[in-house]
Design a protein around this ligand. Structure first.
Ligand SMILES: Cc1cc2nc3c(=O)[nH]c(=O)nc-3n(C[C@H](O)[C@H](O)[C@H](O)COP(=O)(O)O)c2cc1C
Length: 218
């Protein structure tokens, strides 16, 4: 069982998204899985360039993205993975630019344009999206994020397999709210949240990782 996690935050140490992904992978390892973390911002790659090589009649392989860059080897490993966990901060109501580019390159080559609309991945594996965001949970509906979350969930479900969603809200954006312009936020409340709610989010991520390492029912 090989589980891959993808960190869509430019921050690769200690911060919200990467911490949750690390806990998820630890949970998976506790169930005996081999794991790999890919930091998308460490790689040079683009989104889909619409070359349609992956749809060409008579192509030698299906599911392979023709673009050659730092993502090429990563995508080869995805083809053999048994579970995928995508993690991203929310930037302007959606995943970060790198995560969006990654999703295009990850999914489109497997998206068959054949009449039956089948998926060329060929296996059903568990997937998960881990989102971190500044807004508190009760503002998610007000800000209209849910349709977008559900859309990404559907994309992963239809290309690979059932998708779990883990949301960590009201995250700390920087360590010291006195050093940055922060009048909109209560720095002490943020600090308290980091000390109480965030460890609970990490525990949820650990449990998610354990579930990802279990064989899918049916
Ligand atoms: C450019 C930018 C845009 C952001 N936009 C949003 C947003 O639309 N909604 C939100 O709740 N948080 C927003 N945030 C806050 C981050 O989503 C939040 O702090 C996240 O937990 C950061 O993840 P990280 O610590 O893993 O980098 C934004 C942060 C940045 C830098």
């Amino acid at each position: 069982m090989r589980i891959m996690a993808f960190n869509g935050s430019p921050r690769t140490r200690d911060w919200n998204t990467v911490s949750l992904l690390e806990h998820a992978l630890k949970g998976a390892e506790a169930e005996g899985a081999e794991t790999e973390m890919v930091h998308l911002y460490d790689l040079q790659f683009s989104g889909c360039i619409s070359c349609f090589s992956c749809k060409r009649i008579g192509r030698k392989q299906t599911g392979v993205c023709a673009v050659q860059d730092d993502l090429s080897d990563v995508l080869k490993r995805v083809a053999k993975a048994d579970a995928l966990i995508l993690g991203s901060p929310i930037y302007y109501g959606t995943e970060t630019a790198s995560m969006r580019a990654f999703i295009e390159r990850l999914c489109f080559p497997y998206n068959s344009y054949a009449e039956d609309g089948h998926c060329d991945f060929g296996r059903t594996i568990p997937t998960a999206m881990v989102y971190t965001m500044n807004i508190p949970e009760e503002m998610i509906e007000t800000y209209g994020y849910t349709p977008h979350f559900n859309l990404t969930k559907r994309i992963l479900s239809t290309h690979f397999g059932p998708c779990e969603m883990l949301l960590a809200t009201d995250t700390v954006q920087y360590r010291n709210y006195d050093t940055y312009e922060s009048a909109k936020f209560d720095g002490n409340a943020k600090k308290a949240r980091r000390e109480t709610a965030f460890p609970a989010d990490c525990a949820r991520a650990f449990e998610l990782g354990k579930r990802m390492a279990m064989p899918l029912a049916g």
